[in-house]
Design a protein around this ligand. Structure first.
Ligand SMILES: C[S@@+](CC[C@H](N)C(=O)[O-])C[C@H]1O[C@@H](n2cnc3c(N)ncnc32)[C@H](O)[C@@H]1O
Length: 382
């Protein structure tokens, strides 16, 4: 078994040719961590805007939100080019949390929105957040909120109309929880794929296992990170299994939870089993490079980057927050030197440690293939 999770390798538990199900059936107990994850997210307080602004990861959160905004906008536009004007645009936000993407769905003019998450408290928050929004389409938009474990339960049976066809399924910062076991990941893909209409999309964001492995090797330790994030392996990093490759992820005071590495070739193979063909895979730094100019206005409006230096001087902090460490902005100063900029130099940037945390992630998009059925009712995708 290979020692890394490089995309090119078929490392990890041996896989059969026919399916992605590992031949090694020694699987962890199904969903053993789901409760831990649900209880962690249920306990997360919704800190007010003031507290969020003072947070060490204020810009990182905004940056992640900007990434989601641009990809949701891009895929919603693609969909709207293909469906007749005025026809329904149906979205499933799988693992929606407290509804961080609600406004994005409203802006995208989704006409039917299903929000689901394992964490009941988060979901209630999401629903009341939606109810408190005021938007012109609200009266006409259909919305559904329900709690479910997307790695163990069939979501379709919980929809008001289980025969519904979706145009977009989104799973942001969550699919990796299903990589606890083959069965859970398979169930999560089934949920993502089964109601998706032919030619439409499943999009999401997950930690980039290659990047995590690269950093682990560089650190030559089971635990590594910086002041705002930490990863501690809870499996052998030299021999991670395809499923159940557990590590603990800590992000400032926001996340402290067991997560699982997503071996991308396995992820892609499992997706194909459900009729999902990979359309796009991009690390967050690549998304940033692609959209930083065309979506600059949104970058600024969402305060996804901080201005360096602040008017009050180098290394000073935004918005009443604590003073920042100037060593975190060497890249900005280097950029200034390259530009031979004058004294009015200002740049939008993230601190080194926030950038390191942001670039742990990647974006993916799949397209649902054409589905026909053989004589025994088995789906054939083409
Ligand atoms: C990092 S949060 C992301 C929330 C939201 N998608 C966003 O981007 O703001 C991960 C979410 O996944 C949810 N989650 C984790 N495991 C899940 C499961 N098995 N079924 C459904 N939701 C799950 C958690 O409760 C949490 O709300």
């Amino acid at each position: 078994m290979g020692s890394d999770l490089d995309d090119s390798s078929e490392s990890g538990t041996e896989m059969s040719n026919e399916s992605t199900e590992p031949k090694n059936k020694e699987q962890p107990e199904q969903g053993a961590h789901s409760e831990i994850v649900a209880s962690h997210y249920n306990k997360l307080e919704d800190r007010g805007l003031f507290a969020r602004k003072k947070s060490n990861i204020f810009h990182l959160r905004n940056f992640n939100n900007w990434i989601k905004s641009v990809v949701i906008e891009e895929y919603s536009n693609l969909i709207k080019q293909r469906i007749p004007l005025g026809s329904p645009f149906r979205v499933l936000d799988m693992c929606c949390g407290k509804g961080g993407d609600l406004m994005k769905w409203i802006s995208a003019k989704a006409t039917h929105l299903i929000c689901t998450d394992i964490a009941q408290v988060s979901l209630e928050h999401c629903e009341s957040r939606y109810n408190s929004t005021n938007n012109p389409e609200k009266e006409r938009r259909k919305v559904e909120f329900f709690a479910a474990d997307a790695t163990l339960q069939q979501l379709r049976t919980k929809y008001k109309d289980p025969s519904m066809r979706l145009h977009l399924v989104s799973c942001q910062f969550a699919f990796h929880y299903s990589f606890e076991s083959y069965k859970q990941a398979d169930c999560m893909f089934k949920n993502a794929a089964e109601c998706l209409d032919e030619g439409f999309y499943f999009i999401g964001t997950i930690p980039d296992a290659n990047e995590i492995m690269k950093r682990q090797r560089l650190a030559m330790a089971d635990s590594f990170g910086n002041d705002i994030y930490n990863i501690t392996f809870q499996c052998d990093p030299n021999n991670p299994p395809l499923f159940g490759a557990k590590y603990n992820f800590q992000l400032d005071e926001v996340v402290n939870c067991p997560e699982f590495l997503v071996h991308f070739p396995t992820f892609e193979k499992l997706a194909l089993k459900h009729g999902l063909r990979l359309r796009e895979k991009k690390r967050f730094d690549e998304i940033f490079d692609k959209y930083k100019v065309p979506r600059k206005f949104l970058l600024e409006r969402m305060q996804a980057l901080e201005t360096y230096p602040q008017s009050s001087g180098r290394g000073m902090q935004h918005n009443d927050g604590p003073r920042k460490d100037a060593t975190q902005y060497r890249h900005a100063e280097e950029y200034e030197r390259q530009l031979s900029a004058n004294q009015f130099f200002r740049v939008g940037t993230l601190s080194q440690k926030e950038w390191e945390a942001a670039t742990l992630y990647l974006f993916f998009a799949f397209e649902k293939m054409k589905t026909t059925y053989d004589a025994v009712g088995k789906p054939i995708y083409s």
